[in-house]
Design a protein around this ligand. Sequence first.
Ligand SMILES: Nc1nc2c(ncn2[C@@H]2O[C@H](COP(=O)(O)OP(=O)(O)OP(=O)(O)O)[C@@H](O)[C@H]2O)c(=O)[nH]1
Ligand SMILES: [Mg+2]
Length: 642
Amino acid sequence: MIVATAGHIDHGKTLLVRTLTGVDTDRLPEEKKRGMSIDLGFAYKPMASGKVMGFVDVPGHERFVRNMLAGVSGIDYALLVIAADDGPMPQTEEHLAILDLLGIDQGVVALTKIDRVDEARIKDVTEQIEFLLMETGLEGSEILPVSAVTGDGIDELKEHLAIASELIGDRDVHGNFRLAVDRAFTLQGAGLIVTGSVFAGAVNVGDQLTLTPGGQSVRVRGIHAQNEEAEAGAAGQRCALNITGQNLTKDDVHRGGWLVADAIHDPVPRFDARLRVLPSEAKSLKHWTPVHVHLGAAEIPGRVAVLEDKNIPPGESALVQIVLDRRTGALRGDGFILRDQSATRTVAGGRVLDPHGPARGRAKPERLAAIAAMEERTAADALRKILDQQALGVDLPAFIVSWNLNDDEQAALWDAVEIVRAGENLETGYAPAHWTNIRDGITAALRAWHENAPEKPGPSADGLRRETGVRMPTKRFTPIIETLVADGTIINRGASYFLPGFEPQLSSKDEALWKRVKPILEDGHTKPPVVHDIAERIKSPAKAVESFLVRCARLGLVYRVAKNRFLLPDAVLELGEIAEALGRESKEQGFGAADFRDRSGVGRNLAIEILEYFDHAGLTWRSGNERKVLKPAAEVFGDTPG
Ligand SMILES: Nc1nc2c(ncn2[C@@H]2O[C@H](COP(=O)(O)OP(=O)(O)OP(=O)(O)O)[C@@H](O)[C@H]2O)c(=O)[nH]1
Ligand SMILES: [Mg+2]
């Protein structure tokens, strides 16, 4: 369990942590000199259960709220410290609001410095605090009077924390590993050390991880979990990882970065979220307000795009898109806080819903529905809703990263949700009803195409997309037809798509012409006459014969070897096999055009035309005057349709 302190300056947070753990977390000379905390402090306390409790001690000064924010995300339990003499003060309220906005709803209040006040005052302040906690996540939390000076109430507080840690237990370790970096330093003899709270998943010595947003690859050489040397670390612990990586230096790692499993390295420039504006704000939060965004241990300037209305009144919540000045790691469910542009006031906070919100059309009704679906409690419920909404399919890799689902969790998701997954990597998901619609649309479009043009091959992928009339980008359409080809619903040949069983046919006019031209081509075999000569022999215009032969080529009846020369498939295969034999015989050296001319007997000009056609078709590879054969001729020309 990780406990973080919270509360106004000088109310006794650091001394209380020292009393509980024996560790003075104010280590900076500046902190000692000024008698106040500036940065985060860390302390650990082994407990009777054998577990170790981690403490994050935060500074109370209003100028260091940003440091406080880096410390409290990713904790399990709040220790709100309020001095009995002062009672609740501005940062008591601000820290409490931050804990509430981050969704931290487990904790205890330590009413400190009771040695300085009388019983009546304790009763009075306790009532004030009960009132203060109302309608926050910490409503009803225990309020324990203590004195770090006399030791009064300290045993009760220790007892309380021990029980809380048993009740909370080990956090559910789900998802891929994710640690919010709050410190990075080099240690003599060990190298680079990175510390932080583990938000999700587990890590083992030897694991490969990625630094977000930079993308550097690192390896874990050693782990300290809750201050003890360990083989592994997991969610709910503070960890120090000794990492190495190519050319990796301390400058590559900063507070605010993330150390994550490769699968969830996905820095985003914006995210969609639900945002709540603090009731204490004087004015509504306007669209495009500049703010400081605190998420994990990061602080990034950005702006708020209000999606549903023009602004959000104090105390209200609404869907927003947070647009960041630079990329950061953010996943669904992450809590975040917004402070005003001059970083003097906490204004609002909320939860990330969709880290893959689009820059354009972010406030369209269908987007609002998609964001709202991400508010569902489980990935399965959210996916069901989104599949239902999105007739044109859902980007599954993005969804999986958003929810940080590991392999087992993904498998469970596919079991739980009725879904058709399409594409080479099953990357697009469809609700079964939507899938059936799209499939039927495609087969209907193909059927209409074949009926209209029985002599033509089917359309290309892009043509098919247009014929089907679905409004989706090629990138989304391609996986669909890949899947339909794989399951045999449609057939792909060359660049064309067909319905099964469809064979393109010549029109009756072309069929009659073919009966006259085919014998001429057969006669010529590897040396057929050019188009012009064929036209003369059958007494037809050359243009008409050429376009007729182009139609035949589309059906695979002939190959167009050169602009004015068409050969029958068996002649092309025979010539291809001659090239293949020459390639085999000439080995490394390759063969020349003259070799091919001599062996095939087709004459110099035609030999060159044919060889250039072979280069183009991928049978041969030309370098200088020599050619090599890349694959068997039968593989390139053996299986011709029609
Ligand atoms: N009498 C009395 N003094 C206390 C008690 N707890 C803390 N103090 C004193 O209050 C002063 C502030 O205590 P800290 O623990 O540094 O307060 P803090 O909340 O950590 O302050 P920041 O980190 O600056 O926000 C110190 O002089 C402490 O000795 C207590 O229970 N009784
Ligand atoms: Mg302190």
